[in-house]
Design a protein around this ligand. Structure first.
Ligand code: A2P
Length: 309
């Protein structure tokens, strides 16, 4: 079964959860219900910005698994940084619950709340409509208030570089428990991980398979390791963050993959040896460094440290 990882606030999170980014609304309800009811998942990762939270909520309810047995994460979207509780209230209604286990700042990028688009507002010149007057340390203050109110149990960040964390930490009363990042063997972010460890912040790995259509599953070295242990390449890729002590969030809407993405990596994590991990740790440095998820804002607009150091 899936182990748990302890946060810096003493709470625990199941080390493996179901990702729901890019899961189509018409597919995600049955995927979530299957994951919880049949496959044994107890951790679902979602976001207001994914546009499918109502359908995720329907899946959670359809599963029949008690709310208290499930760890649910969601994220506040950029257009809501100055109105975090309003975004959370929509999420809670979408999911049909009265609390979240974990609430994240989805990106360190406040977007114009009165812009021309509810998700990604743009300026007339086509650039992203970033709200440069808003401080993410104030977004964090609003998130802290939600912990105090009991609406969320833990708070964290996502897509934060060290520089962005340093914008919120000096005035933070509550330390982020996680930083959810694109983390996989082609984008291991070793320096950022070392910084997170020094702060007691747990890394969460999204897109552990490199997202749809990635070359990770057919990487020679990944395949060698899979063959050596008679396991699937996907198991190697999902087990890697588990071995490193990260939370991992593989996304699938396919029942057979949902099931195998839980059972395979848990046993694979016990099989991977030091040599395997050293090979996987070194893949990016061997010239394969690659990020598959392109942020919806250009590097120069508020993202001086993209990709994170
Ligand atoms: P699908 O959802 O159609 O099953 P990531 O978690 O890195 O973002 O990757 C998600 C992508 O990988 C999705 O396209 C998903 O497809 C696919 N995928 C998920 N699990 C597996 C698996 N075990 N083997 C191959 N592809 C997978």
């Amino acid at each position: 079964s899936v182990s748990t990882i302890k946060f810096n606030n003493g709470r625990e999170i199941p080390a493996l959860g179901l990702g729901t980014w890019q899961s189509k609304p018409e597919e995600v309800t049955s995927a979530v219900a299957y994951a919880l009811k049949e496959a044994g998942y107890r951790h679902i990762d979602c976001a207001w910005g994914y546009g499918n939270e109502k359908d995720v909520g329907a899946g959670i309810r359809a599963s029949g698994v008690p709310r208290s047995d499930i760890f649910i994460t969601s994220k506040v979207w950029g257009t809501w940084h100055s109105r975090v509780e309003q975004c959370l209230d929509q999420t809670l209604a979408n999911l049909g619950t009265d609390y979240l286990d974990l609430y994240l700042m989805h990106w360190p990028i406040p977007l114009n709340p009165n812009g021309n688009h509810p998700l990604i507002p743009t300026l007339p010149d086509g650039k992203r409509d970033i709200d440069h007057s808003w401080k993410i340390s104030d977004t964090w203050k609003q998130m802290e208030a939600l912990v105090k109110k009991g609406k969320v149990r833990s708070i964290g960040v996502s897509n934060f570089s060290q520089a962005k964390l340093e914008e919120i930490l000096p005035t933070a009363e509550i330390l982020p428990v996680v930083d959810q990042l694109e983390l996989h063997v082609y984008n291991p972010q070793h320096n950022l991980i070392a910084y997170l460890k020094s702060k007691g912040i747990v890394p969460q790995a999204y897109s552990p398979l490199g997202s749809a259509g990635s070359p990770l599953l057919t990487d020679d070295k990944v395949i060698d390791i899979a063959k050596k242990h008679s396991i699937n390449p996907a198991d190697v890729l999902i087990a890697y963050p588990l071995v490193k002590g990260y939370v991992v969030l593989p996304k699938s809407v396919t029942p057979s993959r949902i099931a195998s993405n839980l059972t395979g990596p848990v046993s694979a994590a016990a099989k991977l040896d030091k040599d395997d991990i050293a090979v996987l740790d070194g893949l990016a440095a061997s010239g394969k460094q690659k990020r598959f998820v392109t942020p919806p804002w250009p590097v120069e607009l508020g993202f001086e440290h993209w990709p994170p150091l």
